[in-house]
Design a protein around this ligand. Structure first.
Ligand code: F6R
Length: 608
């Protein structure tokens, strides 16, 4: 999704803006641009394509002198990716420049009004109405003009704004799209996300909804939409600068896969105290936990897949009925949220538009909302009633791996806590589960160490056209994730099927040599899934089985097998997903795909 940066200070702004934008590349984009005030006027450079096109165009920023500027990476929504639709956007006299992340929903109405007053539009974007509207309202007081615009536009926006008539100030505005301000000795910065500012500062202010920041070289001031000054506290970012970069690995995805043991341990360990699970952030008394009648899990993509796993785990361990839905469906289906329903929203970024809308809807309907989120201070984290953070650190590769693994752990902890309080597991069982949990990081390490075997296998399937993932129960949930990982980064068509459902239609797609990945980790379902393996093999499929160590019986039924270390039936997903991630990764490399930034995808989907 779009990325915003801004700088005001003593140094030349353009190279800083380009560097900041490079840290936001992971968000997905199709064009980029910067605007810098040179002491007399605002100069702009923008280009469709990768950031390096813009860097070449500006000689790494050298052609744009000045110490105040804004920059943007655009992920097209309104208007195709093109130079002209790229941000920043100018008013007609080029005295105001704007970068925007989000969507102005009533832009057509505003555009008509402005056109009737003689304003000329040059792009197809919704953003351009903002700059002309600012021009319309600007009578020498930028703050007043900005608040008037905020009252007029509907939708979501994070804005970085320059006024040529106010050359010592950078303006930042936010509603429903992320924006932060970083204060440093060598100037102040704004950005859509923390990695873009880490090089300069660790002191960050999270701009809240309908707030404005006025930033000068030495000073930061914050205002609400009524132009009243407000006080804000900065947050110290503890992340390692290294953690936000590639650190020796060929790709962010590979690095992040290898960070999974740490992501899991970091999410787990703070919640284990004296052999017990303690989740203070839950903010729920034992009475409240006992009063939960139903859990509604809502999320998108891979986060939704962790929700599907969580359904099996929460129902199995805590005996609470669980419903799971994708956020874009949930929010428009007029759902029934009866009293006693706990809503869980899962999100790595904490900014996914549909998940955020689902959260707001659930709150309006009176449900308590618990968020499982990775990005601290994100919109979902701030708006939920309580937050269970996954401590996976910044995830840069578009395809999630370590955040997914951390989300699973958060769900296991939750399920065990609920089970303990509601008395659905005994003390001894709880102890065993906690021991299994503690082993997961080293078991993941073991599986990652086995990557060469998976790489060799993947090399054989680089040219595959269709791949099917099958499994039952929790294995079905793993299949969903395995299939998504493969298709999103390798562009191979793939589908996940509940193994028992295959024969109701999809099996007609199986032909000689079709690769079927069978997940077989649920002991009580071994025989059932083996029957399904036999069915596809009879139709010519080549079957790769992922199963538990010791289940050597599988070798008779399948063509190739990968074993995962022993754990209990609820936690197998945390292990089985590792070979599936590696498999997708190596296929993607073999096909020469852009692993970290797959085509058409964005890391943070802040539009619906
Ligand atoms: C797939 C992937 C996406 C996200 C989805 C939700 O690898 O990363 O499917 O899981 O877009 O994003 P978050 O978790 O940020 O809400």
């Amino acid at each position: 999704m779009c990325g915003i940066v801004g700088y005001i200070g003593e140094s030349q702004a353009a190279p800083i803006l380009l560097d900041g934008l490079s840290k936001l590349e992971y968000r997905g984009y199709d064009s980029a641009g910067i605007a810098v005030f040179d002491g007399g006027q605002i100069n702009m450079s923008k280009a469709k394509g990768r950031l390096k096109v813009l860097s070449e165009l500006t000689h790494d920023g050298a052609t744009l002198p000045g110490t105040l500027g804004i920059g943007h990476t655009r992920w097209a929504t309104h208007g195709a990716p093109s130079d002209i639709n790229s941000h920043p956007h100018f008013n007609e006299s080029k005295s105001i420049a704007v970068v925007h992340n989000g969507i102005i929903e009533n832009y057509i109405k505003i555009k008509k009004m402005l056109e009737a007053k003689g304003y000329k539009f040059v792009s197809d974007t919704d953003t351009e109405v903002v700059v002309h509207l600012l021009d319309y309202y600007y009578k020498g007081n930028a703050l007043e003009a900005i608040t008037k615009v905020m009252h007029r536009v509907e939708g979501s926006y994070a804005l970085g704004i320059l006024f040529a008539e106010e050359p010592d100030k950078l303006y930042a505005v936010r509603k429903d799209s992320p924006l932060i301000v970083g204060k440093s000795e060598n100037g102040n910065v704004i950005a859509s996300d923390v990695p873009a500012v880490l090089k300069y500062t660790r002191d960050v202010y999270f701009i809240d909804n309908e707030e404005i920041a006025i930033i000068s070289k030495e000073d930061l001031k914050f205002y609400n939409v009524y132009e009243e000054e407000i006080q804000k506290e900065s947050v110290k970012i503890e992340w390692d600068v290294e953690a936000a970069e590639k650190g020796g690995y060929e790709h962010f995805m590979l690095k992040e896969m290898h960070e999974q043991p740490k992501a899991v341990a970091d999410t787990l360990n703070p919640r284990l105290k004296d052999g017990k699970i303690v989740i203070d952030e839950l903010n729920m008394t034992e009475e409240e936990i006992n009063a939960v009648k139903k859990i509604m899990i809502v999320a998108c993509g891979s986060a939704y897949h962790t929700g599907v796993t969580a359904k099996y785990v929460l129902e199995g361990l805590a005996r609470i009925p669980v419903e799971v839905d994708v956020a874009s469906e949930f929010r428009y289906r007029n759902p029934i949220l009866e009293e006693g329903t706990l809503v869980i929203i899962i999100s790595q970024s904490g900014e996914t538009a549909d998940s955020l809308a689902a959260l707001r809807m659930a709150k309006e309907m009176g449900s308590k909302v618990l968020a499982i989120v990775n990005v601290v201070g994100s919109s979902i984290a701030r708006e939920a009633d309580s937050v269970l953070y996954t401590w996976a650190g910044p995830e840069i590769a578009v395809a999630t791996t370590k955040a997914y693994s951390a989300q699973l752990i958060a769900h296991y902890l939750l399920a065990l806590k609920f089970a303990e309080v509601r008395g659905t597991v005994s003390e001894d069982e709880l102890k065993d589960y906690i021991e299994d949990l503690k082993r997961i990081p080293e078991q993941i390490e073991l599986l990652l160490g086995n990557r060469e075997k998976i790489q060799k296998f993947a090399n054989r399937y680089v040219a595959a056209k269709d791949v099917f993932f099958i499994g039952r129960g929790i294995d079905y949930a793993i299949s969903l994730e395995g299939s998504l990982k493969l298709k999103e980064i390798s562009y191979i068509h793939s589908e996940a099927y509940a193994a028992g459902e295959l024969k109701h239609g999809t099996i007609s797609l199986i032909e000689d040599g079709t690769l079927v990945v069978a997940l077989v980790t649920q002991e009580e379902l071994y025989k059932k899934t083996i029957s399904n393996i036999v069915e596809v093999k009879t139709r010519g499929a080549f079957v790769l089985a992922v199963t538990n160590a010791g289940n050597t019986e599988i070798e008779k039924a399948s063509d190739y097998s990968i074993y995962i270390p022993k754990t209990n039936k609820y936690f197998t997903n945390s292990l089985a997903v590792i070979p599936l991630q590696l498999f997708s990764y190596y296929i993607s490399i073999g096909r020469g795909c852009d692993v970290d930034k797959p085509r058409n995808l964005a890391k943070s989907v802040t539009v619906e």
